[in-house]
Design a protein around this ligand. Structure first.
Ligand SMILES: Cc1cc2nc3c(=O)[nH]c(=O)nc-3n(C[C@H](O)[C@H](O)[C@H](O)COP(=O)(O)OP(=O)(O)OC[C@H]3O[C@@H](n4cnc5c(N)ncnc54)[C@H](O)[C@@H]3O)c2cc1C
Length: 502
């Protein structure tokens, strides 16, 4: 394979020639209504990054189509002019996945914000991709239904972004990730063709291409419609708050609960640094002296919940927890959760900047991993708060740093890379739910062999032969991995030399 030819758009910082820019703007303006194409710097600036603001890049233009035929025409035009396209939902991604390409356009789905149909009998909602995650549950609540995957960003993030990232949340341990709750997607290819994968019927013949699309990070097509599975709202939910005087037994308790055959509705963990940051912020009532806090939720009928909570309490006590509280009201249950749900903003209160990592490990290695992260805090001279989707073995270490202090970002960056590599060493993965994007592209070199990465590219090229959809993200080129290996071994510095810094 000739990497130079095959990956022409891998450099996301490349600038377009003035002639190409003028041509693209002229062609897109002819497709879109007035005001739906942004190309002045002051208008495109709000799109320069996603939730991972360390990586920024202005796009050539931002297109805001209103209907599917405009999406088809935009994509056909970009293919003809050889222009990269980055689809964008709400821009809350934490891996730089929706960061623009310098010589490409952003295709924003912000105007695709309608819930098209709710079939309460079939428990299915058909929605446009720009609909906010929480808006689905709000709209179907009168039918006693809800949409289970609940990222902490659910107030803002879009269903299209959830599909592209295969997003998870607190309740995914029991009810599955986005991939378990999406029945069908409709997407537009770079050729402007409309494809549908999956079905609202129980069985679909043919290859399971729906699974391929979910989690594909905007690299295979632009999703324009999604059918979601809805669930009946459980009659009752109660949360158990358990305190531990060390992190390792808390990690062991997580593994022991699952080993006991219990699948809680949610099982999350915070270390003392996280607890001490969130408590003054939201007053969840956590014990500040506890070294680790575990929140375990049970839902179902009142009888089911009582029985499950008794079993959970028994396992927690066996694992050495120092105290247990069980929510006595819905208000108290929400208060228990408020600390965990606000951990990210709380990090922003105690540190000028924070870097949220996202890796997975086998549950049994949680305690060991926490010890390893403690050693890394010493090594890099930075503090790290730990919050976890513990039941899924999904870590979210929040590395605290100050971007205005020279060298701190580089140390945070290397700290993050070492966490991800340790995840792989322990038998885990470099991402749990935030995607690879630009952030973890080098870590993909650690997780996958050259032959495996080439298989990813072969699939991408089947959908997108010119590699125009979100290029330079998610799959590292052979050349990039070779360079990463060289830097990693000899210097261990700067993971993204070509990317803009603060
Ligand atoms: C405070 C905070 C908490 C978070 N908590 C969680 C959490 O608990 N769980 C979790 O999983 N994530 C979490 N996230 C990450 C983020 O919210 C999710 O990844 C979310 O799914 C992104 O949705 P979005 O609409 O913002 O997508 P964007 O950021 O706009 O895009 C993300 C990716 O999806 C692609 N994309 C977007 N729309 C489409 C489309 N229509 N067709 C094709 N590709 C598309 C983009 O190209 C990009 O690659 C959190 C983020 C923040 C800021």
């Amino acid at each position: 394979m000739n990497a130079a030819v095959e990956h022409r758009h891998a450099d996301v910082t490349a600038s377009p020639s003035p002639a190409l820019r003028a041509r693209v703007i002229e062609r897109l303006a002819a497709i879109l209504p007035t005001g739906s194409l942004l190309y002045r710097v002051e208008d495109t600036r709000p799109f320069e990054c996603d939730g991972l603001s360390a990586f920024r890049q202005l796009p050539m233009a931002v297109a805001l189509p209103e209907n599917e035929s405009q999406v088809c025409e935009i994509l056909r035009t970009c293919r003809e002019l050889d222009v990269p396209v980055v689809a964008r939902g709400a821009g809350t991604s934490l891996s730089g996945g929706s960061m623009p390409h310098g010589s490409g356009i952003v295709l924003s789905l912000a105007k695709f914000n309608r819930i098209l149909e709710v079939d309460a009998m079939a428990r299915i909602a058909r929605v446009q991709p720009g609909v906010r995650n929480l808006a689905v549950s709000e709209a179907v609540a009168p039918h006693g239904l809800y949409y289970a995957p609940d990222p902490s960003s659910q107030i803002a993030c879009s269903i299209g972004g959830n599909v592209a990232e295969n997003s998870g949340g607190v309740h995914c341990l029991k009810y599955g990730l986005t991939c378990h709750n999406v029945l069908r997607v409709r997407l537009v290819t770079i050729d402007g063709e409309i494809l549908e994968f999956g079905s609202e019927a129980p069985e679909v013949p043919g290859l399971d291409l729906l699974s391929l699309i979910i989690g594909s990070e905007g690299m295979l097509g632009v999703v324009t419609e999604v059918s979601l599975r809805l669930l009946p709202k459980p009659e009752l939910a109660r949360a158990v708050l358990a305190y531990f005087d060390a992190v390792e037994p808390a990690g062991d308790a997580v593994a022991a609960i699952i080993a006991a055959g219990i699948i809680p509705a949610g099982m999350e963990m915070m270390d003392q640094k996280a607890v001490r940051a969130v408590e003054p912020f939201v007053q969840a009532g956590y014990d500040l002296d506890a070294q680790a806090v575990l929140i375990v939720e049970s839902d179902g009928t009142p009888e089911e919940v009582d029985e499950e909570i008794a079993r959970i309490e028994a396992v927690l006590r066996d694992c050495g927890c120092t105290a247990i509280r069980v929510s006595e009201s819905e208000e108290e249950r929400l208060r228990f959760w408020s600390g965990r749900k606000n951990a990210f903003p709380a990090a922003g209160r105690v540190s000028p900047d924070y870097y949220c990592m996202d890796g997975t490990i086998p549950r049994r290695t949680l305690g060991r991993m926490l010890k390893a992260i403690e050693a890394m805090e010493e090594k890099y001279g930075l503090r790290c708060m730990n919050v976890f989707h513990a039941g899924d073995g999904n870590l979210h270490p929040l590395i605290l740093f100050d971007a205005n202090e020279p060298g701190q970002w580089d140390r945070a960056d290397r700290f993050g890379a070492e966490i991800l590599e340790t995840c792989v060493e322990y038998g885990g993965t470099i991402t749990g739910e935030h995607g690879v994007g630009i952030e973890k592209i080098n870590s993909m070199c650690v997780q996958f062999s050259p032959a495996e990465r080439e298989a990813f590219f072969a699939l991408k090229r089947a959908f997108d032969p010119q590699e125009l959809l979100n290029p330079g993200k998610a799959i590292p080129t052979l050349a990039r991995c070779a360079e990463y290996g060289r830097m990693h071994v000899h210097a261990g510095q700067v993971r993204f030399p070509e990317l803009p810094r603060f």
